[in-house]
Write a protein that binds this ligand. Structure first.
Ligand code: NAD
Length: 379
């Protein structure tokens, strides 16, 4: 199939902050003609990470040059540790040294780490410049590049410093996903599965059928999965841009995930998307225990994750984990805690999630205790 046939577009309708997400293979080579209409002068500053830059910066440079656009680039070290004050300061000062002006456009070229950091840099540089997201990881294409949440981590916790700043355009080139490691690809798939689980049962069934070929490199399936995920995120963000209500649904699995990420020291023992997948499986198990869904639903979630070769329960996390009380305590640090009460995203069935503060802590403790003892039996 030709590249043009595969190209899709999702509009994010946010009034004067509205923008398009363009999805398809080969967009890097066309980046210049896509971005040129946004520019007052043919020059952009690109923030990237060293891994992505080594693999794809030349293609982006050529794509921009084809439309007469010059670019300067700064590549930061890859990894979550980059998303803090030191590299943020370095990036902002570089943008100033590069003489990025108020009307210029900054490009975020990388995974969610670069997208969040560069978006926040654009939000504060000269009190706000526009930026374009060119997400290169599956997670960034289906989630972090859309919706305008930008920021960095603090020593006190993840994503605690930031701003809402919507991009002016998102170019999701599905061809660049080909250079991701299988592990990073599948971590991003955790977020894709999350969309089906939280709001679209038909999409989850589609993933059960097409997930393996999608992971194997089927480009049409990749474009379809990214498009449907982005469409769902765009719909939710349009309803609730600053997370006063519905947007919290996107956090399905995240209360568990954030506690597990903290317990594993934000290390490569557990990637964010892996934690989301395990968290989704736990959220469905909790929904079953609270009498909300039938027993088949959590089994179906775990079966799909297993079929994809993904982590699906606590037993799949290497190394030690703290006990259930310590995990509950870590959940209490979650951003979703309101007036000291934990909020969970639970489900009525696959494709129908809702937010609730009405979860007895004993039910969560029992669930974690059993998951931890199953893990100990396996080891
Ligand atoms: P990441 O940016 O660290 O990328 C993961 C790894 O993949 C990195 O090593 C990176 O160098 C590499 N990589 C990226 N693209 C590649 C490519 N095409 N080929 C080869 N390697 C490539 O992490 P991520 O998983 O993309 O994103 C996680 C971050 O996103 C977290 O910081 C999380 O908090 C944030 N996030 C933000 C939002 C939001 O709404 N802003 C939503 C979800 C997650």
């Amino acid at each position: 199939m030709s590249q043009a046939v595969l190209e899709r577009r999702v509009h994010v309708p946010l009034g004067e902050r509205a923008y398009d997400v363009v999805i398809g293979p080969g967009l890097l080579a066309q980046a210049g003609e896509r971005i040129l209409p946004l520019l007052k002068r043919p020059r952009v500053a690109v923030l990237s990470d060293e891994t992505v830059a080594a693999l794809h910066l030349d293609t982006l440079r050529a794509g921009l040059a084809a439309a007469g656009i010059e670019m300067e680039a700064l590549a930061l070290p890859p990894g979550e540790a980059t998303k803090g004050w030191p590299q943020f300061t370095r990036a902002v000062e570089w943008l100033l040294e590069t003489r990025v002006e108020r009307n210029d456009v900054v490009i975020a070229f990388g995974g969610g780490v670069i997208g969040d950091l560069a978006g926040f840099a654009a939000a504060v540089l000269r009190r706000g410049v526009r930026f374009v997201q060119i997400p290169t990881s599956l997670l960034a294409q289906v989630d972090s590049s859309v919706g305008g949440k930008t920021g960095i981590n603090a020593p006190q916790g993840k994503n605690l410093i930031g701003a809402f700043h919507q991009p002016s355009l998102v170019l999701a080139d599905t061809e660049v996903l080909g250079t991701l490691t299988q592990r990073d690809f599948l971590a991003g798939y955790g977020e894709v599965a999350k969309y089906g689980l939280l709001g679209d049962a038909e999409f989850f069934s589609w993933l059960e059928t097409h997930g393996p070929s999608l992971a194997g490199g089927d480009m049409a399936a990749r474009v379809e999965a990214v498009t449907r995920s982005v469409q769902m995120k765009a719909d939710i963000v349009a309803r609730d841009e600053t997370e006063q209500g519905d947007r919290a649904l996107l956090n399905l699995g995240h209360t568990f995930c954030h506690a597990l990420e903290a317990a594993t020291g934000y290390s490569d023992r557990l990637l964010h998307g892996e934690g989301v997948a395990i968290g989704c499986a736990l959220a469905f198990e909790l929904s079953y225990r609270l009498g909300l869904v039938s027993q088949e639903e959590p089994s179906r979630v775990r079966e799909h994750l297993a079929a994809m070769g993904m982590k699906k329960d606590l037993a799949d996390i290497p190394g030690d984990l703290p006990d259930a009380d310590a995990l509950l305590d870590l959940m209490g640090q979650d951003k979703k805690v309101v007036d000291g009460q934990l909020r969970f995203i639970l489900a009525r069935c696959i494709g129908d999630a809702f937010v609730t503060a009405d979860v007895p802590p004993e039910a969560v403790r029992d669930l974690l205790n059993e998951a931890l003892s199953a893990r100990n039996q396996n080891s």
